[in-house]
Design a binder for this molecule. Sequence first.
Ligand SMILES: [Zn+2]
Length: 501
Amino acid sequence: MSDKYKDTFRVLMIDQHFPDAPYITFSRFDAADQVRRCKDAAIDSLHVTTKCHWGHSYYRTETGLMHPALKGRDMVGELVAESRRAGIEAIAYYCILFENLAARNHRDWRFITKEGKPAIRNELFGATGADSWRWDMPCFMTGYRQYCLDQIAEIAAGYEFDGLFLDIFALGSDQRINVCHCAACLARYAERGLDPHSDDPQMKFALVKHWMANWAEFLLEIKGVLRDHRPGMSVSVNGGPFYEPWSVLKELSWPYSEGGENPHNSVVLRGLGLGSPQCGIPCGNDAYDAWPPDLVKIMTSTVLAHGCRTFFFFLQGRLGDGTFEESKYDFVRRINEETAAKQEYVKDAEPLKAAAVYHSEATWMEYGSRDCRTRHAGNIQVAIDAFRAVSIPCEFLPSWRIEPADLDPFQLVVLPEQKCVSDREAEALARYVERGAPSWRPATPERSTTRRGPGRTSPWPICPAWTTRGFARSTARSTSAATCASTSMPSSESCARPITS
Ligand SMILES: [Zn+2]
């Protein structure tokens, strides 16, 4: 197994999603020059686009359509060869769910919405004119699945890549962006007794769960293709626990998510229980106009301090002739040079453990079954930020990490509106409290510490400022976790019916 990714802290993706000429011609594209500029910018891992949101491939494919403006030139081959020469890790970027060509050329491959219409990214996500490009979406439970597997086989067999990165691989647990209504999916639901038109909470939950299992099975197939054609390639996907289920995350060589501009994202990534997390910092998109380099330096330092590798993605900057805006490389160089000096101090560093914010995957799916999984993410994120605001070390604690060794280092476990807690989870949390109840005091100017007193079971005050989203606590006398949420808050609406995983 290649483990190069464990030491690559300075990653760059030059995001490229292009229609045909005249939008771009690649007439002056120079792979050697691009990689040399990456090397000068202290980049040690480079993502190379093999297929973009438009569905264009940038290598010589027999399965898909090569970008016409390349005129047969193997952009991927050149970039991989130059990267290897420069000692830079090469990761194959491959997009799954946004794919204009596949969805437009194969009517039976389209992801179909509940309303019976082909799914379009902008409509599903409520995006407005700010992003005028729409992305058509195929369903991977159709022939599109084999199309992807065949392309990934071509990429793995044909190029000396170190890893594969799958973009737009699962989009969260919301029904409207997960539950397809194409003919193939409807037939499968009928076989399994699933009803995509039902309003029953249990059925809606079952459908979300079914799709999470579909994604996990698809990933296992992809890993099988890599094993067959280039054993040792690492694999990751774009999305943390608010996008991907644990059945997907646990199969990854390293977890990744965007969102480095919000410190809770790198806290969440390091809490997954997976090594070498990587967090995306969107400086490339916004630094021109919105964010000065120093602000991005602060974001980068925060991501690093949380033990994550740094990942920049440049969406804008590629010029029509295929060259790349020079100032962007310089921008990253200035930040990467600092990262290079700091990274040895953060690699494999263990965070201090005081408070933990619990993520129940079943709750995430239940919110998703009502198309509001972002509310679940918000509950977790605001709790982490609340602790950070008063300088109390705070970790993300997912529901797959509830062994005594996972729980015991924490002085406090908070369950912010985690309503779907299984018997096993409730028992593990109750045992945790019995082993030594946490004692917690709200942070005040006079007292801002957390302590754990063995055997203490006194009722703990909840700091009013921290109850805006509702907090939960476990007590030694209860057999399950009890929710202490303010029912007046919009985020406190209850499940229609309790559901356990
Ligand atoms: Zn489908």
